[in-house]
Design a protein around this ligand. Structure first.
Ligand code: GAL
Length: 425
């Protein structure tokens, strides 16, 4: 009896397995799938791993991996705009959760509502509510998130810190009064920045440090006055921090990866960058977190996780809708998220993916996952979560005005773009 039962079980398992394989083949998808992103060059391996999975499942679909180089999408977003407005949307494109998605493409009626896909896949329970809220507009949900990145991280080289006899500063005050003079004395750039968007990226960590989580959120609800004393203090601190950087030297010509390279080479002490930097150092450079590179929250921001999420949606009027739905389904699956995130330096957007394969996640990612579940969460400005694109597009000029004319002029300019864009409550 027992034997017959186990034979039956084996048979049932076999039928289920064959059924599953057939289900995939039944899809019988063919043609093309164009995926558009800024994950080019050494930002590419995580996306490539996801595409390899897709190719395995749908061997008859030709995937076109269309990338436009440029950190944080500075160039890709402009190309995307031209294509979308010209009636030539890619089948799916990288877009940050938040206003970058909803305030730009969704309000303009360019994206398909994905409620059906969320229901079919049980995604309303798989993704955190904070994230779902950022993807939702007027009752519809408009993209599938692949990851969670952290913006407010400070990177350094433990070996070089030891050589210089310093510790990573936990506050801006410590950085300005101890770290910066010591490193300058040693002929080292205390804090390295790169091209313009990386300077804005530094600004959001400084602002978060000075204002705290409530003050930061208050910028976007109208509770923090852009002209108030607290904001002036943000600009003043930012100025002091920039005075400890390479901003007037080689910054404009450095990509974010090159800025990180300077830290690793011991030419600079610290860099504030999102945790795609961990992806670069682990996946591209083969370094071990904690040994080859060190990390901690940007000064004065311990306990706060400034987050952003990369996602992909389904534009209206694309050529390959079925292939794209299969792509989005893979992206939102545990398998897809676990192929992508360990290489990318991000944690999965799904709440159940790390526990399904914890061995894939290195020490940095484990610590990010822990912080994500325990810290206060605030949205990133530079990476689309906090403000609309109009504000973001003009914020770079505010930083320029600051560099020319100082804190008061910057606060004034920011107040103006707040009003014009309607982004500040
Ligand atoms: C961010 C994006 C990350 C990473 C980074 C640097 O905006 O969300 O995934 O690509 O830019 O390019």
């Amino acid at each position: 009896m027992k034997r017959r039962l186990s034979l039956f079980l084996i048979l049932a398992l076999f039928v289920a397995l064959v059924g599953a394989t057939n289900a995939q083949e039944d899809e019988d998808l063919s043609g093309q799938l164009e995926i558009f992103s800024w994950w080019a060059g050494d930002e590419g391996p995580a996306l490539e791993a996801l595409i390899a999975l897709y190719n395995e499942a749908y061997p008859n679909v030709e995937v076109i991996n269309a990338t436009v180089t440029g950190g944080s999408g500075v160039n890709a977003r402009a190309v995307l705009k031209t294509r979308m407005l010209g009636g030539d949307p890619p089948d799916s494109f990288q877009v940050h959760a938040g206003e970058e998605l909803t305030g730009t493409w969704v309000v303009a009626g360019r994206m398909e509502d994905l409620t059906f896909l969320y229901e079919e896949n049980g995604w309303f329970d798989a993704f955190p509510q904070d994230l779902i809220d950022l993807l939702t507009y007027d009752g519809g949900i408009y993209s599938v998130p692949v990851n969670i990145h952290r913006s407010n991280v400070m990177w350094y080289s433990p070996a070089h810190l030891e050589e210089w006899g310093i510790e990573a500063p936990t506050s801006w005050e410590q950085f300005l009064t101890e770290t910066c003079p010591t490193l300058q004395e040693a002929g080292v750039t205390p804090l390295v920045v790169g091209e313009a968007w990386t300077v804005n990226h530094l600004w959001e960590s400084v602002a978060l440090g000075v204002l705290g989580a409530d003050g930061w959120n208050g910028i976007w609800t109208g509770e923090t006055d852009p002209m108030g004393d607290d904001m002036i203090a943000v600009w003043d601190t930012f100025g002091d921090v920039l005075a400890c950087s390479n901003i007037d030297e080689d910054a404009a010509g450095l990509s974010w990866q090159q800025a990180i390279d300077k830290v690793l080479a011991g030419e600079a002490g610290f860099n504030i960058m999102g945790d795609w930097a961990a992806g670069y150092m682990v996946t591209t450079l083969g370094l071990e977190p904690g040994e080859g590179f060190g990390y901690m929250p940007a000064p004065d921001t311990a306990g706060v996780f400034m987050w952003l999420s990369d996602s992909f949606g389904l534009p209206n009027g694309i050529a390959n809708r079925d292939n794209t739905i299969a792509w989005l389904t893979l992206l939102g699956s545990v398998e897809g998220q676990n192929a992508f995130n360990p290489l990318k330096g991000s944690i999965p957007a799904r709440v159940d993916a790390v526990e399904a394969a914890p061995e894939l996640y290195n020490a940095y990612l484990q610590s990010a996952a822990m912080d994500w579940s325990e810290n206060t969460l605030v949205g990133s400005l530079v990476h689309g979560a906090a403000a609309n694109e109009r504000f973001m597009g003009e914020f770079g000029q505010v930083v320029e005005i600051f560099r020319q004319a100082g804190s008061l002029a910057a606060a004034n300019a920011m107040s103006t773009i707040c009003i014009q864009s309607g982004a500040c409550g």
